[in-house]
Design a protein around this ligand. Sequence first.
Ligand SMILES: [Zn+2]
Length: 211
Amino acid sequence: MVESDINHIVGEVIKRLQNEKKDDEILVETSGRHVHLSQEHVEILFGKGYELTKIKELSQPRQYLCGEKVAVIGSKGTILNVSVLGPIREESQVELSITDAVSIGVKAPIRMSGDLDNSASAIIATSKDAVRLEKGVIVAKRHLHITPSDAIRYGVVNNEEVGIKTDGERGVIFNNVIVRVSEKFKTAVHLDYDEANTCGYSKGMRASIVK
Ligand SMILES: [Zn+2]
């Protein structure tokens, strides 16, 4: 075999290995600060019988961005124009980055969505009215949404914590990423904006699981 043939074959093999690696990596998505509201709070903040306006489906099934915006007020400051996500929840919840929480003087614990015992308090306001949440303000724990078939493929189980290694010039390994397995999910890692900035996030970024 002549050298040029060998080089060609080696090149092809490397290309194939790189593609295989790509296929095996998981999509990274970011979530900005947002609130989920109870029906009771929707009616206080927007009016009796008010229903939230869906404007965009989000990547995870049945979750959507609403047209409504609220202010989140802490002891040291206010964040305006915070997005409201639907559908309605049993309990209102505010998800901030650590940078957000510090900037308004809120000591928000790192939690999974819905785990609100002893979480932080804040005021949610609109031009119409305001509600004081005694609890419900959290910094979202970084997590991996994964379908049951992908969970088998990647060898992970529900509630397990794994590391996630991101690609790119500022690639990092995020530890303590909680695995959430459900048929309802689309497989993706969710990071907040602080984490996204840390790893130089750009749309379409991929990450691999590190055990
Ligand atoms: Zn998520």
